[in-house]
Write a protein that binds this ligand. Structure first.
Ligand SMILES: Cc1cc2nc3c(=O)[nH]c(=O)nc-3n(C[C@H](O)[C@H](O)[C@H](O)COP(=O)(O)O)c2cc1C
Length: 199
């Protein structure tokens, strides 16, 4: 089994979401002997935001791209190949201003590609990715689980379903801005959720 771990905190060291994603990936690797782990840390290897070149590259046929568009498409192609090669994806996802980080959004914008991970049909868009599970370690300063303010959960559920992945599981570490006792409790709670998830 191939595991892809994506760290999406802005912090390349000391991130709570990375710590929990590490635990999740290690537990999954232990559960499936022979599993391989590929780690993409978006703070160290950021994906560029969409721009004129990236959008034009998405819309142009491969042989009609300018050299600049072809270079940008190649970067996104590599991310898509890495994503499609994985059986299980583990994502560390902090909440920033009520949403996911720009780092994670840029990665999603790269891998959600028409004709590759979804396609348009006469009855609407259809996801082209199947057979994958996504585990997401959520960290946030406040407490939002089960409320309408939990935008990262709504968004990530929606966008993965859009490309065909409906098996999306969440581990919550909440209240990280409420003092050291709450932080300790959040990590303990996350460990318990991981143990249950990867039994
Ligand atoms: C720029 C920024 C924005 C944040 N916005 C929110 C927010 O909207 N809601 C919240 O509960 N916590 C917010 N937080 C707190 C983080 O979600 C929390 O510290 C989390 O544990 C960070 O995860 P990390 O250590 O993996 O980066 C914010 C933190 C930063 C740095």
């Amino acid at each position: 089994m191939k595991i892809l771990q994506i760290n999406s905190s802005a912090r390349s060291t000391g991130a709570a979401s990375t710590r929990i994603a590490d635990s999740l990936a290690a537990r999954l690797a232990g559960r499936y002997p022979g599993a391989t782990l590929d780690v993409l840390d978006l703070a160290r290897e950021p994906v560029a935001a969409l721009d004129d070149v990236a959008v034009a590259a998405r819309m142009a046929a491969p042989d009609a791209r300018t050299p600049e568009q072809a270079a940008r498409a190649a970067q996104d192609d590599a991310l898509i190949r890495q994503f499609l090669a994985a059986d299980v994806i583990v994502i560390g996802a902090p909440m920033y201003n009520f949403n996911i980080s720009a780092h994670l959004k840029n990665w999603i914008d790269a891998i959600v590609r028409p004709g590759v991970t979804f396609r348009y049909t006469e009855v609407g868009p259809v996801g082209l990715v199947s057979g994958k599970t996504v585990h997401i370690a959520l960290t946030r300063g406040g407490v939002y689980r089960g409320t309408s303010a939990d935008i990262p959960v709504q968004y990530l559920t929606q966008v993965f379903a859009f490309i065909g992945i409906t098996d999306v599981r969440f581990v919550y570490a909440e209240g990280m801005s409420r003092g050291p006792d709450m932080v300790d409790k959040a990590f303990r709670d996350a460990d318990a959720q991981i143990a249950q998830l990867v039994a």
